[in-house]
Every structure is written in C-alpha cells, then in structure tokens.
Design a protein around this ligand. Structure first.
Ligand code: CA2
Length: 142
C-alpha cells in the first residue's frame, strides 16, 4: 500500500510559534512519527509539504499517475479557501482523509468551511499529530 501525506502552507514552521494551538513539536518530528508508524504497519509513505497551492494540486495529480492508494491531507489555510485543491481531489478520486492538528470547529468563523473536506471520506480534527496516524489506520482498514 502506498500513501501520500500532503501538508499545506506554514506547517513546515510547526513548533516555532503558537505551541498552545499546534503543540511544540516540529514538522521534522511529525515526518519521523509518520515514517516510523508506516514502517511498523508495512505501508509505503511519501511525504509532501508545500506553501504553494498549485504545487499541492500538482502533487495530487502526480499521485494519480503513480497509482497511489490513499491520500492524507492537511491543506492548512488552503482548507478554507481552495476550490482548486477540492477539484484536484475530486479529479483523481483517490480515497482521501482530511487532518487538522487543531480543533478548527472551536476556532474562528473563517475556519468553519473546509473545501478539501468535501472530497474526503473522513476527517480527524483536533487530535494533534495523532490525527495523521488515525488517518493512515483508516486508509489501511478500507
Ligand atoms: O489545525 C490545523 O492543522 C490547520 O490546518 C493548521 C493551519 C490553519 O490555517 C488551519 O486553519 C488549521 C495553520 C498551519 C500552521 O500554522 C503555523 C502557525 C504558526 C506557527 C507554525 C505554524
């Protein structure tokens, strides 16, 4: 099984500011956590992070060409703005799971809409880094 994990803008800055919202662990720590977990589960993982909407759309298209089995996506701020990412997920029709580290449901009104989520089968929200592992579990169990 081959899973692509996509992280959107500013998630490469994790651990640097706002630890009360996102925790104090870094993006590198998140990557290690995911890779170690995937190795335990015998799953092949590709990690992708970008601060650019079009690059995320391109990565989703590439997942289709590479016959990826599942996508775990935290589109970060693009969650709430990007119809392009929603359309890309719909276009490839690869089973996708949305993850948010913070509990967006308890935050500002502008975070209450998720475009990408409309193309995802499941969401893990407000579970910190553990949400990524739960998303991998979900894709494995399908
Ligand atoms: O909770 C999440 O995972 C979010 O996707 C994180 C995004 C935010 O825009 C979404 O509404 C919810 C923010 C990404 C990281 O932002 C940082 C801010 C300060 C320091 C480091 C990262």
């Amino acid at each position: 099984m081959h899973i692509l994990v996509i992280n959107g803008p500013n998630l490469n800055m994790l651990g640097i500011r706002e630890p009360h919202i996102y925790g104090s662990n870094t993006y590198e720590a998140l990557c290690s956590l995911i890779l170690d977990y995937a190795a335990e589960k015998g799953v092949e993982i590709e990690l992708f992070q970008s601060n650019h909407e079009g690059e995320i759309v391109d990565a989703i298209h590439e997942a289709y060409r590479d016959e990826v089995d599942g996508i775990v996506i935290n589109p970060a701020a693009y969650t709430h703005t990007s119809v392009a990412i929603l359309d890309a997920l719909k276009a490839v029709a690869i089973p996708a799971v949305e993850v948010h580290i913070s509990d967006v449901s308890q935050r500002e009104p502008f975070r209450q809409i998720s475009y990408a989520g409309m193309a995802c089968e499941k969401a893990f929200i407000g579970l910190g880094f553990d949400g990524y592992l739960r998303a991998i579990d979900y894709l494995i169990s399908k």
